[in-house]
Design a protein around this ligand. Structure first.
Ligand SMILES: [Zn+2]
Length: 301
């Protein structure tokens, strides 16, 4: 085994016992910058295991964390940013839902904010917004396009004081970080008591995951953990949160972009679909879709 890789214990319960769910496949591309760019869409070839004690599903062995965060900080991502409009629609609906459950609003921190679309929408809806994003190019893009405060780096680079925020959001982030327990514990510290945490993640127990197995769109090289309603509840309770909503999270993307996302699975389907959608003049249509993404709301105890 290459020394860039490490064996890790379960991130929730510390157990070293596991069963293999998906065995590892030979790797062609071992460049972390390519593997961990923010919209990384390479199907995973890593060994994926399930903890024998608490059922957490995770990649083991995996690349060491120093190779992972380094990969996220560099590189530009025009294709990701080109979908800002679809993301704004998704985030508007999502904020409506969050505000229904948390009408007082206040100071919000979005971790892994990418191009800042979520905070751009939140600012218009009256929130006091702060973002954190490791990728330098995306930080700059968010500041320029939405006029928002985006801090470059990871959560741990910024050491916010206790009780700094009323709400923290983690969208498409928790499955990427090397130590989710540590991230949630830090959020618990900087969130005020009674504050709201909103997390979304691809549900490993969802219909699409069970149906497509290793071909499920979220089995990606950039994903290190695969949560279920059971394990997300366990890790949230362990770090001082009480989840009170777990529901399907519908997203919106342009049809043409969605069609092109088939490429890692079948170049032919992607080509035919992209072409067909384009001929019909539907490339820019915003379509809602659900492939297993799940939204959790939790209160800090
Ligand atoms: Zn475990």
């Amino acid at each position: 085994m290459h020394d860039k890789y490490e064996q890790i214990p379960c991130n929730i319960c510390g157990s070293l016992d596991f069963t293999v769910i998906y065995p590892s496949l030979p790797v062609e591309n071992d460049d972390p910058v390519k593997r961990f760019k923010s919209s990384g869409d390479e199907p995973s070839r890593d060994q994926t295991v399930k903890c024998a004690s608490c059922s957490l599903v995770y990649v083991n062995p995996r690349l060491k964390p120093e190779h992972i965060v380094g990969g996220y900080t560099e590189g530009s991502d025009e294709r990701f940013v080109s979908q800002a409009k679809g993301r704004e629609l998704t985030f508007n609906r999502q904020l409506e839902f969050i505000e229904k459950n948390f009408p007082s609003r206040g100071r919000i921190l979005d971790i892994g904010t990418a191009g800042g679309s979520f905070l751009g929408v939140a600012k218009r809806r009256g929130w006091d917004v702060t973002g954190i994003e490791p990728n330098k190019w995306l930080c700059e893009w968010g500041r320029k396009n939405y006029g928002i405060d985006v801090k470059q780096g990871t959560l741990f680079d910024h050491k916010f004081p206790d009780n700094s925020f009323d709400c923290v959001t983690l969208f498409d982030v928790l499955e990427h970080v090397p130590d989710p327990t540590n991230v949630l514990a830090e959020i618990s510290r900087i969130l005020r008591p009674g504050g709201l945490l909103a997390v979304n993640y691809p549900d490993f127990d969802s219909f699409w995951s069970r149906m497509l197995k290793r071909k499920w769109v979220f089995i990606l090289t950039v994903h290190l953990f695969y949560f279920t309603p059971e394990t997300i509840t366990r890790i949230l309770q362990k770090t001082g949160f009480e989840p009170f909503v777990i529901k399907k999270h519908w997203q919106t993307l342009a049809f043409g972009y969605l069609a092109s996302r088939f490429e890692p699975y079948s170049k032919l389907i992607a080509k035919v679909a992209t072409k067909g959608v384009s001929l019909l003049g539907m490339s820019d249509w915003q379509v809602p879709y659900w492939l297993g993404q799940t939204l959790v709301l939790a209160k800090k105890k």
